[in-house]
Design a protein around this ligand. Sequence first.
Ligand code: DQA
Length: 150
Amino acid sequence: MRPLIAVLNGPNLNMLGLRQPAVYGRATLDDVEQVCIQTAERLDVAIDFRQTNIEGELVSWIQECRGRARGIIINPAAYSHTSIAVLDALLAVDLPVVEVHISNIHRREAFRHHSYVSQAATGVICGLGVRGYALALQAMTDMIMDEDDR
Ligand code: DQA
């Protein structure tokens, strides 16, 4: 069976394409999902791609990954900078985590420079646009293969 990787997206990412295109580009969330589907096919992994505007829903989805998914790729969006609940959920599931940001949060406002989520992340990709998701899937697949080799 192909390993399952959850790709979770936080608030306002449903607005991609319309939202601040100078910062986030013109790709929509559907485009991001297509990039992930195509990359997953190439890597021979399964993905569960989701987006929510609700913090508690994101927490529940992370909890559901325990025992079900092999890893979590997450763009927590604004919750990166505010949510101890998202951090705690990621710490609780004990899975590899890759945090993705489309924009380079370190080149932006000071309040975006700190991410609570990074404390639970195996690695962080930011500033590379939508291709960050494909790179995260590649890295996660490598980590799963390394784990299976052990
Ligand atoms: C974001 C960066 C966050 O600071 C912001 O709140 C987002 C998107 C990104 O993908 O660049 O909503 O996570």
